[in-house]
Design a protein around this ligand. Structure first.
Ligand code: DMJ
Length: 469
């Protein structure tokens, strides 16, 4: 009798626990992948058609005024180059072929413009290389080689870490104060360019820049937010995994995978253990009622600390930080990846779209913008690929529905000035097409649309295949 009773009360507590969990994390109805993949394709087409109708031949579309933006006064076809591999992957082959032919005929880097090395590398160099691998179009590789050559003078600093800007015609550089994301997020693209052209210089320059950044880590193994590439001294010692540092960590692990590079593997292993030790906040459960009336719960977050003392400087995170679960999946650390993703998704749910900066201790939205960022979608895709847990499909669907609801315009998609008020900005970043919609699609598309075993995504979601030994 007592045994029966205790079995009964055990069952009751399990049901009670499940009910509570259901109330805490409600992922709704099962998701039909096929339907979702088609919905993503339709919104991609809507965005692409808007760009084409109003800004064909320019860099980016302003989706409210229907005006165009060229980053440096003259076009370098930012949106077409960044979106080209998405056109292929999402199955818009005719459109992709026409776009590729247009790029072949019209793109020239022989321009007297000062470009930001990091942005041009991840969006254009990465885009050209990935599309070259998909199509075999040699003109794309020639463009990448030409661009790589024009970017090389940026590395001519006393430390080997690149200046932030370089003139594509004259090689003149400027802006010595940079950051680990900009000095350390070049090796996938430059390294691949070396492998595909047989010119070792690209790999050597970018790897040195990454190693020089790592070599300047503090005694406790952290890097800061700003560094002077001429003196090698840190200008800002705040350490975190957010903007300014984020993809430095991403490239340490990805370059070890893509190139089988043991130095990258060692740098990654040393770095990630310090990130866990000094930046992770565990058990900082916050309780804030979100729009679904459920409680946002996060038991793992990554905050800010001083790179020298390890002392906590801020308990903020945000949209950019949301790449980190994906990296943890690549590291085989699925438990941390799952926990962090739950935290970040609860941040998403507070306003129904994630903010740029969010304080996970107080539950305050610190900076409310959302420029259509991909990172949390990217992590959802990696987690689903790894675990096949349907909860990630439901997360992805909820985020996609939110983006459609708040960011769709009559001609394309617009970022948000505020995730609180949902006021829009007049801008559609090329990464909406290159990354955000690509990761949404890959989450719902047939597996192996991109094989994560043989390909590595650069930080702009351009898949690079290891075709070399
Ligand atoms: C992209 O250009 C890249 O993902 C970069 O690493 C960070 N910022 C944007 C997207 O948020």
């Amino acid at each position: 009798m007592t045994r029966k009773l205790s079995a009964f009360s055990y069952q009751l507590s399990v049901i009670f626990l499940l009910l509570i969990m259901g109330a805490v994390v409600d992922y709704g109805q099962p998701v039909d992948k096929k339907t979702m993949a088609e919905r993503v394709r339709a919104e991609f087409k809507h965005s692409w058609d808007g760009y084409k109708e109003y800004c064909w031949g320019h860099d980016d579309l302003k989706p409210i005024s229907k005006a165009c933006r060229d980053w440096y006064g003259q076009t370098i076809l930012m949106t077409p180059v960044d979106a080209l591999d998405s056109l292929y992957l999402l199955g818009f082959k005719d459109e992709a072929d026409k776009t590729r032919e247009y790029i072949d005929k019209n793109l020239s880097y022989d321009k007297d413009i000062e470009v930001q090395v990091f942005e041009i590398t991840i969006r254009e160099l990465g885009g050209l290389l990935s599309s070259y691998q998909i199509t075999g179009d040699k003109k794309l590789l020639a463009l990448a080689d030409d661009l790589g050559t024009r970017l090389l003078p940026a590395f001519n600093s006393p430390t080997g870490m690149p200046y932030r800007f370089v003139n594509l015609k004259t090689g003149k550089t400027r802006d010595a104060v940079s950051n680990p994301a900009e000095t350390g997020t070049l090796l996938i693209e430059f390294g691949t360019l070396s492998k595909l052209t047989g010119k070792p210089i690209y790999f050597e320059k970018a790897k040195r820049a990454l190693v020089e950044t790592y070599n300047r880590r503090s005694d406790i193994g952290l890097v800061g937010e700003e560094i002077n590439v001429e003196t090698g001294k840190w200008v800002n010692t705040d350490s975190h995994v957010s903007g300014g540092i984020d993809s430095y960590y991403e490239y340490l692990i990805k370059c070890s995978i893509l190139f089988g590079d043991n130095d990258c593997r060692d740098m990654w292993e040393e770095s990630i253990s310090k990130v866990h030790s000094f930046l992770a906040d565990e058990g900082t459960t916050l309780s804030k009622t979100n729009r679904t009336g459920t409680m946002a719960t996060g038991d793992l977050w990554y905050g800010h600390a001083d790179m020298n003392t390890g002392k906590r400087t801020a308990t903020t995170t945000g949209a950019l930080d949301a790449f980190f679960p994906a990296i943890l999946v690549l590291d085989g650390d699925t438990n941390r990846a799952r926990a962090l993703q739950d935290s970040l998704f609860s941040m998403w749910r507070v306003n129904g779209i994630e903010p740029e900066v969010y304080d996970y201790r107080t539950g305050q939205t610190v900076y409310p913008g959302w420029p259509l960022r991909p990172e949390i979608v990217e992590s959802t895709y990696y987690l689903y690929s790894k675990t096949h847990d349907a909860k990630y499909l439901a997360m992805g669907k909820e985020m996609f529905d939110d983006a459609v609801k708040y960011c769709r315009t009559d001609v394309a998609y617009a970022g948000l000035k505020s995730v609180v008020t949902k006021e829009k900005t007049d801008y559609m970043h090329s990464f909406w097409l290159a990354e955000t919609l690509k990761y949404f699609y890959l989450l719902f598309a047939p597996e192996k649309t991109v094989d994560l075993k043989t390909s590595v995504f650069n930080t702009e979601a351009h898949p690079i295949k290891r075709t070399w030994k």
